[in-house]
Design a protein around this ligand. Sequence first.
Ligand SMILES: [Zn+2]
Ligand SMILES: [Zn+2]
Length: 257
Amino acid sequence: MRGWAVAALDLVFPACCPVCAATLGAGRRDPLCGACWDGIVRIDPPLCARCGLPFFVFADSRSDSDERPGFPGAPGASGSGAAQTCGPCAAAPPAFDWARAAGLYAGPLRDAVQRLKFGRRPALARPLAALVLEQCAAAMPAGAVLVSIPLARERERERGFNQAALVAEHVARGLGAPLSPRWLARPRATAPQTELDAAARRANVRGAFVASTAAAGADVVLVDDVLTTGATAGECARALHAVGARSVGVLTVARVL
Ligand SMILES: [Zn+2]
Ligand SMILES: [Zn+2]
């Protein structure tokens, strides 16, 4: 970014980090400071080829095992040499074809996503999209079309913006990929998912999305801020597959474990 633009941004957001309030300093990824950027726990392979679950989750929960994370022997890991899937995906594959998240929904990344969403800090979409590009660009099929997951209309009206759409705009620009936010609509409001368990989340969003037939034959990549149980992304994927999308992937900034 040009010097004058940074100076202008510093006027709007005094050059201190919206997450930790420190001055931005070395390694800054405006408006995130270098320390918060470095403190983000990235999700790296090995991970489930389907849902992107990092296999170190299994390693952490297997204190009685000396097996290495993510390799044959991890629960649900299938095949040798072939792409591996986690136990839950092997038992009941999600409606989306693949999902990748840039980092864990914890620490500075959780704080940054919450500030973006609830703290009216849309400028945070830029470093969060950069994180997605750094960590997940390789997962994108060539020629894919990005679609941000829509908010319910009332939710977007009270927030003033859709954080997923902001991130998607930056990711699309970074990749030079097309963005088609109108391929998905959310005609009816649903209760907030926060307090619900996985089954209740699926029931809550069932039928909430309508896909455009313009998505027929396309490789669609859904963009959202956080993947929790995957219920919302799964419902979007179902709607897109129903109109004939060739594949539906999911890119998120963060993933809840
Ligand atoms: Zn910071
Ligand atoms: Zn999986």
